[in-house]
Structures are given as structure tokens and as C-alpha cells.
Design a protein around this ligand. Structure first.
Ligand code: HEM
Length: 215
């Protein structure tokens, strides 16, 4: 196959467009939803990143997933700061996962426990996206709801320890290209990446149902 980093990007391209143009994302980034919808979305991210990052310790020495575990990517603490800004200090008490979020986080946890290659698929789908389109979302969120630039509310999108995201993404793609997996396993990882996009789409659909445009 082509370089694995190319293959996985090309294979998920169509679903990426679907995610970008989903009703919920378009409404959110179009400034048509209130900050409550943004907070609800951020709450869902908490469950996703807890599943991704709870696995970091057990996968650090894994030959397939280990190279991807990087402290500068960790998002959970940033999400928690955003949530205490968005929801107040009692944010944990009202935090709930949508059904689609529960299924998504459970699948990540299952991959983390049983299949490091699958975990890489989920890792790629989230972190490389956050380093890319995440910056567009941050800019829109700052303008729409008045968060301080790179401050509380949008810290999830700010990778304080990554000075040069473009260079980091290049290195990440090199890690993908060097992954300790044969072609069949690479194809399975690509299939899992498509599942990861499906999970994100399902979360967006449920969020869209919870925050319909009334006007
Ligand atoms: C409105 C929302 C979104 C926007 C505006 C957006 C935009 C972008 C942009 C501009 C890139 C850069 C491509 C490059 O580096 O050449 C990118 C890459 C990426 N995005 Fe998104 N994105 C959005 C939503 C999502 C979602 C929901 C996911 C999945 C959860 C996602 C996953 C990715 C991934 C994995 C990449 C890296 C592709 C690669 O280079 O291998 N994005 N996105």
C-alpha cells in the first residue's frame, strides 16, 4: 500500500467531510448555537479523552501503540479546566455521556485493552484532527462565545507543549509510516479509523437532536 499515513488519510477523507459538514458542527461553527451546546460537546470530549488517556500507562511500552503515547498530547486536564469554566466548579456532578459517547468511549477502552492497533486508529482520529481542524474550531469558539484567546473554555484546543503543530504532525505521520504492523493489520487499523469517524458522527447526531435550531 501507499505510505500508511497517506492511506489512512485518504480512506477517511469522505467521512472527514461529513463530520465537518454535519448539522451540529455547521450550526456550532456557524454561530447558531448557544454556549450550552458547546459545553455539552466539551463534556462528551471528556469521556472520549478519559478513555484515550487512561490507557497511556498500560500502552507506553507496547511496540505498536507505545510510540504514539506522548505527554504533550494529553488533553484531559485542559478539558477539565474548560469544563470548570463552562459549567462551574461543580461540573463533575452534572457531567453525563450521551449514548453514542458511551459506545465510543467503550470501544476505545476495548481497543486499549485488547488491540493496540485499534487504539492507534482512535488516537490518530482524535489527536491529529485536534492539531488540525481543532484550531479552526478554537478560533470560531473564541469569536462566538467570547472566550479569551487560547484561554479558559478553549484550552482543549491549545497544545501548550507543541510549539510547531505542523512539524509535530509530520513526525506523527512518520510514526504512522513506521508502525510495527503488516499490510493486513494496517488495513484493519484503517477500518477502525473509519469506525472512529462513525462514532464521532453518531455523537454529532445526538448532539444535533439535543440542540435543534428552534428559530
Ligand atoms: C468542522 C470541523 C472540522 C474542521 C474545520 C476540520 C478541519 C481540518 C483541517 C483543515 C485539517 C488539515 C488537513 C491537513 O493537515 O492537511 C484536518 C485534518 C484532520 N481532521 Fe479535521 N476538521 C474538522 C472535524 C474533524 C473531526 C470531527 C474529526 C474526527 C474526529 C477530524 C479528524 C481529522 C484528522 C484525523 C485529520 C488529519 C488528517 C491527516 O492529515 O492524516 N476532523 N481537519
Amino acid at each position: 500500500m501507499d505510505a500508511f499515513s497517506t492511506a489512512i488519510r485518504v480512506a477517511s477523507h469522505e467521512q472527514h467531510t461529513e463530520a465537518e459538514t454535519s448539522t451540529f458542527m455547521s450550526d456550532l461553527l456557524g454561530g447558531r448555537l448557544g454556549v450550552d451546546a458547546y459545553a455539552r460537546y466539551t463534556e462528551q470530549l471528556w469521556f472520549v479523552y478519559r478513555a484515550l488517556e487512561d490507557a497511556a500507562d498500560s500502552l507506553r511500552d507496547d511496540p505498536v501503540a507505545g510510540p504514539f503515547i506522548r505527554p504533550e498530547l494529553m488533553r484531559l486536564a485542559a478539558i477539565e479546566r474548560d469544563l470548570s469554566h463552562l459549567r462551574g466548579p461543580g461540573w463533575r456532578a452534572t457531567l453525563t455521556a450521551l449514548p453514542a459517547t458511551r459506545a465510543y468511549a467503550a470501544r476505545i477502552a476495548q481497543c486499549a485493552a485488547e488491540w493496540p492497533g485499534g487504539y492507534v486508529a482512535h488516537h490518530y482520529t482524535r489527536y491529529l484532527g485536534d492539531l488540525s481542524g481543532g484550531q479552526i474550531i478554537r478560533d470560531k469558539a473564541e469569536r462566538t462565545w467570547g472566550f479569551a484567546r487560547k484561554g479558559d473554555g478553549v484550552r482543549f484546543y491549545v497544545f501548550e507543549q507543541i510549539a510547531n503543530p505542523a512539524a509535530f504532525k509530520r513526525t506523527y505521520r512518520e510514526l504512522l509510516d513506521a508502525i510495527a504492523a503488516d499490510d493486513l493489520e494496517k488495513q484493519r487499523i484503517i477500518d477502525e479509523c473509519k469506525r472512529a469517524f462513525d462514532f464521532n458522527g453518531a455523537v454529532f447526531r445526538e448532539l444535533g437532536e439535543q440542540f435543534p435550531l428552534s428559530a
